[in-house]
Ligand binder design. Structure first.
Ligand code: SF4
Length: 361
């Protein structure tokens, strides 16, 4: 007799709330169960952040087993946690296939921001980014994106960090290039977990088809463009995608996004000494910011092992900020958080691998 085929269990975390209701509705109907069972499971998933059907204690045991046979809750497992002196908490998550991704919780005043990953690795190859140097492995499923939120929220509750107030897609990967899972995860975070669309920001290096798709959505999600240089030639040395989607076209797409979505866009500018911090760049940067009515975030570069670059001097960053302000640009210098735990994109994974290799050798 041949082995019986393995039954596919559908991941509840990868479903939008609408799809979840339908799937659970069919499941309970087949089992002759009342409709209110759907609401019970929803409540355990979205409010209770249950990791397992055994936690759903107001369902009869038989129904918990029935759910277990038909569905799974594909929650990432915490492989490593580092907490900075400033409270920034970085998780390295182990996925079912052994891949690793990371997310960072950043407490500030009354806000708790979660920075999440959208891909394993990244194909964009930005030269200032540790993830970019590692190459692309695969897209995350919607459940793996949402799972980072759920697991981080659970951890935050248990460690008295309070509720997550904001989500930024600024971890590993170019979120807009994950065209299947990003839209589903945005819907689920917004409608299922009730994170307001205005509190979710998607950061892109300029993936135009994704900007266009995001602009068409009815919700007011935020958009941040990683600019890093106002000059296309210099930008292409930092962000190879510039060669495929040139800056004037990217800026047009951002302008259109702003018109459709009505939200102010943020321009991210990582400042690298001697690379993109020349004073001659302030005028063209200011022009772009004023044209888009954008907010500019100046970010001191966080060094990576793959090159010798260092952060611009504090005085230079301040000079950029002051001169941009004089031109009427809204600008802030972003405080560097979690330096002692390598809280920049891609670095925890790189260090974890180094540690694992050391342990194994
Ligand atoms: S900066 Fe973002 S888009 Fe560029 S390589 Fe790193 S993760 Fe990818």
């Amino acid at each position: 007799m041949g082995a019986s085929p393995t039954k596919v269990r559908h991941d509840l975390l990868s479903m939008t709330p609408e799809k979840l209701r339908l799937s659970l509705g069919e499941h309970f109907l087949k089992r002759g169960q009342p409709d209110y069972r759907i609401g019970q499971v929803e409540s355990w998933l979205y409010d209770g952040l249950a990791n397992d059907f055994t936690e759903m204690t107001d369902l009869p045991q038989r129904e918990r087993r029935g759910l277990q046979d038909a569905f799974e809750i594909d929650q990432p497992f915490a492989k490593l946690l580092q907490v900075s002196q400033d409270g920034t908490a970085k998780h390295l998550w182990l996925l079912k296939d052994g891949e690793l991704i990371e997310s960072v919780l950043i407490p500030a005043d009354r806000r708790l921001t979660l920075c999440i990953s959208s891909q394993v690795g990244c194909a964009m190859g930005c030269t200032f980014c540790a993830t970019g140097w590692g190459g692309f492995k695969r897209q995350l499923t919607a459940g793996e994106i949402v799972g980072q939120y759920r697991a981080s929220q659970r951890w935050a509750r248990e460690n008295e960090y309070g509720p997550i107030t904001n989500i930024v897609f600024m971890g590993m990967g170019e979120p807009l290039a994950n065209r299947r899972s990003l839209p589903t995860s945005l819907t689920t975070l917004n409608q299922g977990y009730k994170v307001g669309a205005r509190r979710i920001t998607i950061s892109t290096v300029g993936f135009i088809p994704g900007i266009v798709a995001l602009a068409k959505r009815p919700e007011q999600f935020g958009l941040a463009l990683s600019l890093h240089s106002p000059l296309p030639e210099l930008r292409s040395q930092l962000i190879p995608l510039e060669l495929r989607y040139p800056l004037p076209e990217v800026l047009q797409a951002v302008e259109d996004f702003k018109k459709d979505n009505g939200r102010r866009v943020t321009l991210e500018y990582t400042m690298i000494e001697g690379v993109n911090d020349g004073l001659d760049l302030i005028d063209p940067l200011g022009e772009i910011a004023l044209q888009l009515h954008a907010f500019v975030n100046l970010i001191p570069f966080n060094p990576i092992p793959q090159n010798e670059w260092t952060a611009s001097k504090r005085a230079r960053i301040q000079e950029f900020a002051d001169r941009l302000k004089k031109k009427g640009v809204s600008v802030a210098v972003r405080e560097t958080r979690g330096r002692d735990i390598d809280a920049a994109c891609g670095q925890l994974k790189a260090h974890a691998f180094a540690q694992l290799e050391k342990t194994n050798s």
